[in-house]
Design a binder for this molecule. Structure first.
Ligand SMILES: [Zn+2]
Length: 467
């Protein structure tokens, strides 16, 4: 143990005194100071507690969404950001009013369900119909035309649990487009097993879409134990029928705001490191994990940097609007700034809960790799491994950025093993966040953002489509 400790201390002091051409010894000392401060500070937790307690759920377009925008602007001001501003974003506004369900046959019992975002209402008395089970979206697609007339199409696909959340992508296809495929076969409603690793009776909501020219049908998910129950009944060759009742409303185009705070750089203030998360959340929980944590920890990370120094380039924290309904804030941000995207020297979004960061990854040109390796070295004391494939994908709000140009994207990969137990449920609440883990995340973002903003070399993406 003593040997290990000596080794750790030795490594740390070597890092600080190393003759690194990207950073001076003084700069590395400042990185150390920022990391130490962030690891001791509860600022990110306090911000998260304030957002989730004083405001709560933040469905785009609601009163709470507007309050969250005012909250974020006030917090940026309080924290002393040099520049704080709002940028408009529009999105299709939607509300959930009530929802309930039951299994009718072979024996009556409650069915724990939730409407997917964008779902239309059922009639007031709900829809009662037989269930036809498919294991996958492809199976549903292969069903004969009109074979689901008067039926509820049900997809039983279960997502798998893994540290990097790789089970989410394959499962989410059935959430996004399942109702379209079901309606094409004549179904009166669409139901699916939640995109979930949970063992509780919370159903998971999420974004879903309709298609022009295809009948819109109500669109719900059910909790995992309820999905198991239906699968067992079907396996017993029982005729299963259910009643689903969701009351919702589509309100047309709504308006919200990206809230942005910046600490200005001292040498190249027009160039900036972009960090952030999305300010909106689903309406069921309080959006602590998704994505209050990302909002709070990136705001706090920037503040910790500013307490030590103003780096050469600016640090910009962007809190995106209406991510959950389809990345509307991100689309608006990158469209508005499309002629100056090459000012972004590094971008990372935190939107994967609040568990520890375990990996660091870049997506940059070869000339920028020495900076990346220097950052990785300073993240190592936080137990963060350098992945080193240089293939970072980044958070969801960076998708429009990647689509617009080849982008210098970074990933501080979080442990997502438990994330999909809570994601998009009523159970996404503050008690799921461990303060020490949030501090580690905050320190990681602070080290990364400071170094990317203060390096000698300006980080560039692999190849730009525009200069
Ligand atoms: Zn999110």
């Amino acid at each position: 143990m003593k040997q290990l400790l000596t080794a750790l201390l030795f490594t740390t002091s070597m890092t600080v005194s190393a003759n690194n051409s990207e950073f001076t010894a003084k700069q590395l000392q400042q990185v150390d100071e920022v990391r130490t401060t962030a690891l001791k500070s509860d600022l990110s937790y306090q911000l998260l507690e304030s957002l989730t307690t004083e405001i709560g759920p933040r469905l785009p377009g609601t009163e709470n969404d507007k309050k969250a925008v005012a909250w974020a602007k006030a917090k940026f001001d309080e924290l002393g950001f040099d520049k704080v501003w709002l940028e408009e974003a529009t999105f299709p506004e939607w509300r959930r009013y009530s929802e309930s369900g039951k299994i009718l046959t072979p024996s009556e019992q409650p069915l724990h369900l939730t409407a997917l975002g964008n779902s239309i209402s059922t009639p007031k008395e709900g829809i009662s119909a037989p269930v036809v089970l498919f294991e996958t979206l492809d199976e549903l697609k292969a069903a004969p035309a009109n074979s689901l007339k008067g039926k509820i199409a049900y997809i039983n696909y279960r997502m798998n649990r893994d540290i990097d959340g790789n089970g989410y992508g394959p499962a989410v296809k059935a959430r996004a487009t399942g109702a379209i495929e079901a309606a094409k076969k004549g179904a009166v409603a669409y139901m699916m097993r939640s995109v979930s690793t949970g063992h509780h009776r919370f159903a998971h909501t999420g974004g879903s879409y309709y298609k022009e020219g295809v009948t819109k049908i109500p669109n719900v998910t059910i909790a995992n134990p309820d999905a198991d129950q239906i699968a067992r009944l079907v396996a017993l060759n029982k005729d299963v029928s259910v009643n689903i009742n969701v009351q919702t409303e589509n309100l047309g185009e709504g308006t919200g705001y990206n809230v942005i705070g910046q600490f200005n750089g001292t040498e190249n203030p027009e160039q900036y490191v972009l960090i952030g998360g999305h300010l909106d959340s689903w309406d069921l929980g309080t959006g602590a994990l998704d994505d209050g944590a990302g909002v709070a920890l990136t705001m706090a990370a920037a503040k910790h940097i500013s307490d030590v120094k103003r780096p050469k380039r600016s640090i910009r924290v962007v809190l995106f609007a209406a991510e959950e309904l389809g990345l509307w804030g991100a689309k608006a941000y990158f469209a508005k700034h499309k002629n100056e995207l090459n000012n972004i020297v590094a971008a990372a979004e935190s939107d994967f809960g609040a568990d520890v960061v375990y990996g660091f990854e870049s997506n940059v040109n070869a000339a920028s790799l020495p900076v990346v390796r220097a950052i990785a070295k300073e993240l190592a004391p936080l137990n963060i491994e350098y992945i080193g494939q240089n293939e970072a994908k980044g958070g969801p709000d960076l998708i429009p950025f990647k689509n617009a140009v080849s982008a210098p994207i970074f990933e501080l990969a979080q442990d997502g093993t438990d994330y999909f137990d809570y994601h998009h449920t009523a159970d996404d609440t503050l008690d799921k966040v461990t303060p020490a883990k949030l501090r580690q995340n905050t320190a990681a973002y602070a080290v990364f953002a400071l170094m990317a903003a203060d390096a000698k070399t300006t980080i560039k993406p692999k190849a730009r489509t525009k200069e």
